[in-house]
Design a protein around this ligand. Structure first.
Ligand code: IMP
Ligand code: MG
Length: 187
């Protein structure tokens, strides 16, 4: 893997903007769940950075859990209608207030699978918190309670989101130069 600079077209959301928005989201969620206990369900692997930062700004008691979903893509960077749960929760969510923490919603198929599965277990409530939302790409309608940023239809990486599994560690959200990434020798 090469240095990320080679594939970075532009920084879409800076580290400062991300962190400032996460402080706001934390305050909003803390207000909404005042007096309740919360279970954060992080969708692996993209949601990890976001959840660990977000939970530092929550002042309601909360536990964390993890789920993983694999999507069968129609293209390499696109999910299809098929999503399969590959890692399930270790906790019973009956009567719990569950908040799903996701990196990005694109077509919505991944989250639709997660919501379908979790809602059948009768939690007290089930809501979604996503850092990024590519609204124009939505194929499955879904109410999103908390959104960090609505973004255009561009392939992004960093801050949990990967480019073929790498670069999740970058502290900002960048737009990928897909031409350069897919034809590294051309330039
Ligand atoms: P959906 O099922 O189409 O909503 O796709 C959601 C999943 O696709 C996310 O959880 C990400 O893992 C991945 N994804 C969608 N767009 C991007 C992107 O721009 N960069 C990195 N991963 C993405
Ligand atoms: Mg993901």
């Amino acid at each position: 893997m090469r240095d990320y600079h080679e594939y970075l077209k532009e920084i879409l959301v800076s580290e400062e903007a991300l962190q400032a928005r996460i402080v706001e989201l934390g305050a909003e969620i803390s207000r909404d769940y005042q007096g309740e206990e919360l279970l954060l369900v992080c969708i692996l692997r993209g949601g990890v950075m976001f959840m660990t930062d977000l939970m530092r700004h929550l002042d309601v008691p909360h536990a964390i859990e993890f789920m993983a979903v694999s999507s069968y893509g129609v293209g390499k960077r696109q999910t299809s209608g098929q999503a399969r749960i590959t890692l399930d929760l270790n906790t019973d969510i009956l009567d719990k207030h569950v908040l799903i923490v996701e990196d990005i919603i694109d077509s919505g198929h991944t989250l639709a699978a997660v919501v379908g599965m979790l809602s059948s277990r009768n939690p007290a409530s089930l809501h979604i918190c996503t850092l990024l939302d590519k609204v124009s790409r939505r194929e499955v309608d879904m109410p999103i309670r908390y959104t960090g940023f609505e973004i255009e239809d561009k392939f992004v990486f960093g801050y949990g989101l990967d480019l073929d599994e790498y670069y999740r560690n970058l502290p900002f959200i960048g737009v990928v130069d897909l031409d350069k990434f897919e034809n590294p020798e051309a330039s």
